[in-house]
Design a protein around this ligand. Structure first.
Ligand code: PLP
Length: 447
């Protein structure tokens, strides 16, 4: 009864993010009630293994009491303190310090946002400010990847390279451009050829626009929402080298890949590189409260600070930048990754997941599997040789996700027949086996 009226009220009043409104009116929400470790329970008491960590964010898993205690303590002591006008709070300063210490190279400066979209927007605003104040105001164009996702706010959605986020929205794209996503499964040639092709495409795009007009290149270390596409090893470093050569800034979006998702704390550590800007969110607070953080290199920070006269405010910020409760949560989450052993567990379970995914290759519907740490994609095809994608009419990934739900596992259905996994880092190897067993059972039901 309660569930029924909740469902009706939901359909009537809540506009859900990234959903078909018409489908939602027909089906309503899947209402979740509680979580513990890697498991979720829905309103009907159905237990589910969460193979997607909420929305690839609950990296520490559900029900971590020490996080609840840290948040409660901060809420009762000081629930809010602004970061505006030179105010601050202890947890926000402590978190900025710890993040800067753990970030690669000279990414010594942290700006807090509310999530990933406004972290990306903030980077774009700071880049404009940087070029304007250093006398190169014509450097406005930004280049990103097709299939990349950088949020759905008005600026980030333009960098996003997914048609659903542009169609019908009049996204202001004149200064935002896209080059091909490095997609090993669908590229004719080896890894070296794919890297060379991406570099050549970036250079050609910059030449077309004029290097003096191009500000930056943005990419995810692993393309997430575009289908969990893992570029070849060396791709990121080659793109950074090209950006340096072209005199454009290199910005990495680690909103998904940050905080242990691919193994190390940040995915750019795989290649030992330091971008000019890095955006994070999700695993920063593990979804226990909203928060994002952008990291700015010392070189850019110093340039902006020195070029702006004392007394002149740099006009960018949000009421909840550096929210003390989110910051207190972030501090405890960071402790759980490192002292609590979650990063190490994620590495071990990620290696186990990679092996389990390989075993799926014999399934008649599986064209490709790919992963880095606990971030994985399975690409379904209707013909393995021709790599034929399921038609949209088959609604295959969503239909499969519904079957999976019935079989007690949550994963994410993307377009183009791609399924994504990103379980919490606390997942055990036995739970990885169970997740894949339930997934295979669900796949078999499609045959
Ligand atoms: N950047 C990437 C790579 C993302 O995956 C996302 C969200 O999934 C965002 C940015 C936007 O983050 P948010 O949804 O927190 O605004």
């Amino acid at each position: 009864m309660i569930a029924n009226s909740l469902l009706e009220n939901d359909k009537a009043h809540w506009i859900h993010p990234v959903a078909s409104w018409r489908d939602h009116e027909a089906r309503g929400a899947t209402i979740l009630r509680s979580g513990k470790g890697t498991y979720l329970t829905d309103i009907d008491g159905h237990e589910l293994l969460d193979g997607f960590a909420g929305l690839w964010c609950v990296n520490v898993g559900y029900g971590q009491d020490s996080i609840v205690a840290a948040a409660t303590e901060q809420m009762s002591r000081l629930p809010y303190a602004t970061g505006y006008f030179h105010f601050g709070s202890e947890p926000a300063i402590e978190l900025a310090t710890k993040l800067a210490q753990r970030a690669p190279g000279d990414l010594d400066h942290v700006f807090f946002s509310l999530g990933g979209s406004d972290a990306v927007d903030s980077v774009v605003r700071f880049i404009r400010y940087y070029y304007n104040i250093t006398g190169r105001p014509q450097k406005k164009h930004m280049i990103a990847l097709e299939r990349g996702y950088h949020g759905s706010s008005s600026t980030g959605s333009g960098l996003t390279g997914l048609p659903a986020f542009h169609a019908g929205f009049d996204v202001p794209t004149p200064v935002q451009h896209h080059i091909s996503c490095p997609y090993p499964y669908r590229f004719e040639g080896d890894d070296a050829a794919l890297i060379a092709s991406s570099v050549a495409e970036l250079k050609a795009k910059v030449e077309e626009l004029g290097a003096e007009n191009v500000a930056a290149f943005f990419c995810e270390p692993v393309v997430g929402s575009g289908g969990v596409i893992v570029p070849p090893k060396g791709w990121l470093s080659a793109m950074q080298a090209a950006c340096r050569e072209l005199d454009i800034l290199f910005c990495i979006d680690e909103v998904i890949t940050g905080f242990g998702r691919t193994g190390p704390l940040f995915a750019c550590e795989h290649e030992g590189l330091t971008p000019d800007f890095m955006t994070t969110a999700k695993g920063l607070t593990s979804g226990y409260a909203p928060m994002g953080a952008l990291f700015m290199s010392d070189r850019i920070y110093r340039t902006i600070a020195d070029a702006t006269p004392p007394g002149v405010s740099i006009g960018h910020g949000m009421t909840y930048s550096g929210h003390p409760v989110s910051a207190a949560i972030g501090l405890e989450v960071l402790r759980l990754y490192e002292e609590g052993g979650l990063l190490a567990n994620g590495v071990a379970s990620g290696a186990h997941l990679a092996k389990g995914l390989e075993a799926l290759r014999d399934h008649p519907l599986v064209g490709d599997v790919r992963s880095q740490g606990l971030l994985a994609g399975v690409e379904l095809v209707t013909d393995k040789v021709a790599k034929t994608r399921p038609t949209a009419q088959m609604k295959l990934p969503q239909h499969l996700a519904d079957i999976g739900y019935r079989n007690g596992v949550v994963f994410r259905a993307f377009g183009d027949g791609i399924v994504g996994f990103a379980p919490p880092l606390c997942i055990t190897t036995d739970e990885v086996d169970l997740m894949l067993e339930r997934f295979r059972k669900s796949l078999d039901e499609l045959l």
